[in-house]
Design a protein around this ligand. Structure first.
Ligand SMILES: [Zn+2]
Length: 220
């Protein structure tokens, strides 16, 4: 059986043969991407001043007509970025959009657990906390519906004590892996996580395949 490396969040196209990725398209028109990989679309909290609410919704609707789009993201809240009120309002709009279309969301969260919790309290689709680098209690707080995942990237190569603890404790069916914009191959992230959890990389790949197919409703 051929195993794939599922990469839940990247800004690049696939870097190795058996990589299945969700590339972040921001709000770029989907036809500018090759049709051979999946995409997510949405406005990042850092970019909320660049676009009107109306234009945001137009672009989301247009992009989501394309079946390559499997998630809304990355979206979220970032206390260290400007215009927090606008971030909240755009995040709320995009969560509602995702709810209506039954899309999972890929979330950017910095020092905003409460804000994220309040905006997503009635959201019933999967939530993926991407670039997760924190204590497992952050995941527990946001996992009220049992459909919250964490996605781990290159931070795992040199993990803090709290991230290492999270990596050991997180249930495997709430885990995803990613490369984001790091200069690292997804394979390297898999090998490191497999060694931390003391399982074979091939088993980790099988588990990530199960999670991917169940969240993104794909055949591959
Ligand atoms: Zn990213």
């Amino acid at each position: 059986m051929k195993h794939n490396y599922y990469n839940i969040h990247t800004h690049k196209k696939p870097q190795i043969n058996n990589e299945v990725c969700i590339r972040n398209a921001y709000l770029t028109p989907i036809e500018r991407f090759e049709p051979s990989y999946f995409l997510s679309t949405g406005i990042h909290p850092w970019h909320v001043m660049r676009i009107s609410a109306k234009e945001l919704m137009n672009r989301l609707e247009k992009n989501c007509k394309n079946k390559q789009v499997k998630a809304i993201g990355e979206i979220g809240l970032d206390k260290f970025a400007t215009d927090y009120e606008r971030q909240k309002s755009y995040f709320d709009m995009q969560i509602n959009f995702a709810a209506q279309g039954h899309y999972p969301v890929i979330l950017h969260q910095v020092k905003s657990v409460e804000g994220v919790g309040s905006v997503t309290k009635d959201f019933n689709e999967p939530i993926i906390l991407h670039g997760f680098n924190g204590h497992i209690s952050v995941w527990e707080q946001l996992n009220r519906k049992g459909k919250t995942y964490i996605s781990i990237g290159s931070n795992c190569l040199n993990p803090s004590t709290k991230l290492l603890q999270t990596l050991k404790e997180i249930p495997i069916n709430n885990l995803f892996l990613e490369t984001d914009n790091a200069a690292v191959l997804v394979q390297t992230v898999y090998e490191k996580i497999a060694s931390i959890r003391q399982i074979e990389t091939s088993i980790l790949m099988e588990e990530m395949a199960i999670n991917f197919k169940s969240v993104f409703k794909t055949a591959i």
